[in-house]
Design a protein around this ligand. Structure first.
Ligand code: SF4
Ligand code: FES
Length: 248
């Protein structure tokens, strides 16, 4: 396949950045999208040019590091996959592909296609955990029986990989889908009840402090989420937040 790539190049956080055109030949439909960028970068390095910076780690759809906005969609045109699991067979010979970073005020660009998503880490630190006394004996997780339905829903919420596609897809740059998944995975389990009120209040406060926008129920986040995180989690977080606010 022969492709025209229009890629966002930005030297650093202060640079204004611009789209730059690249021609790439010999792309196999079996390559992943990131492997296609590796080929582009090999060519740039061989010519002595600066390679395109992009985030990646596991390349297995697990870590949440890859984060490209491809032809106007977070993680590209395929559904339920991350950029690292998107394959070039989704494109045609002769295609022009626009590649941009995830854009949001709370995700500033570091270089080219790499954005700073540490705002998500700070939201997690504000409450995305349970406190367990592990001095002496570690409590066996199976000592508390969990109904299968609850365990399944908690597990579904826990599959959020923190990629940020929900934020990038939202016209308000809202992080509600991410935060609600992190709240829900504990709200659905007995182990999460002790700190439930503090968790939701602190995580939502941190989310607001980081500059993410409000949710206006467009549902774009759910459509673009590679892990199929449901909007139900946002409804659950809103109930948890209301209940915690009344108790407080
Ligand atoms: S909710 Fe989905 S899109 Fe948002 S961070 Fe989690 S996995 Fe990524
Ligand atoms: S590189 Fe880990 S999810 Fe894509």
């Amino acid at each position: 396949m022969k492709l025209t790539l229009k890629i966002w190049r930005q030297k650093n956080a202060k640079d204004t950045g611009k789209m730059v055109d690249y021609q790439l030949d010999g792309v196999s439909p079996d390559m992943s999208f990131l492997e296609m960028l590796d080929v582009l970068n090999d060519g740039l390095i061989n010519k002595g040019d600066d390679p395109v910076s992009f985030d990646h780690d596991c390349r297995e759809g697990i870590c949440g590091m890859c984060s490209l906005f491809i032809n106007g969609e977070a993680h590209g045109p395929d559904r339920g996959v991350t950029t690292c699991q998107l394959h070039m067979r989704k494109f045609k010979d002769g295609d022009t592909i626009y590649i941009e970073p995830f854009r949001a005020k709370a995700f500033p660009v570091i270089k080219d296609l790499v954005v700073n998503r540490s705002a998500f880490d700070r939201i997690q630190h504000a409450g995305g955990f349970i406190s367990v006394n592990t001095s002496g004996h570690t409590i066996d997780a199976n000592t508390i029986p969990i109904p299968k339905h609850d365990a399944d829903r908690a597990f579904d919420a826990a599959t959020c990989i923190g990629c940020g596609a929900c934020v990038a897809s939202c016209k308000n740059s809202s992080a509600m889908l991410f935060v609600s998944a992190k709240v829900s995975q504990f709200a659905l389990l007995p182990q999460g009840q002790v700190e439930a009120a503090d968790r939701v209040l602190n995580m939502v406060a941190q989310m607001d402090q980081e500059g993410f926008g409000n949710c206006t129920n467009t549902g774009a986040c759910e459509v673009e989420c590679p892990k199929g995180i449901s909007l139900e989690n946002i409804a659950r977080m809103n109930r948890e937040y209301l209940s915690a606010s009344i108790k407080g």
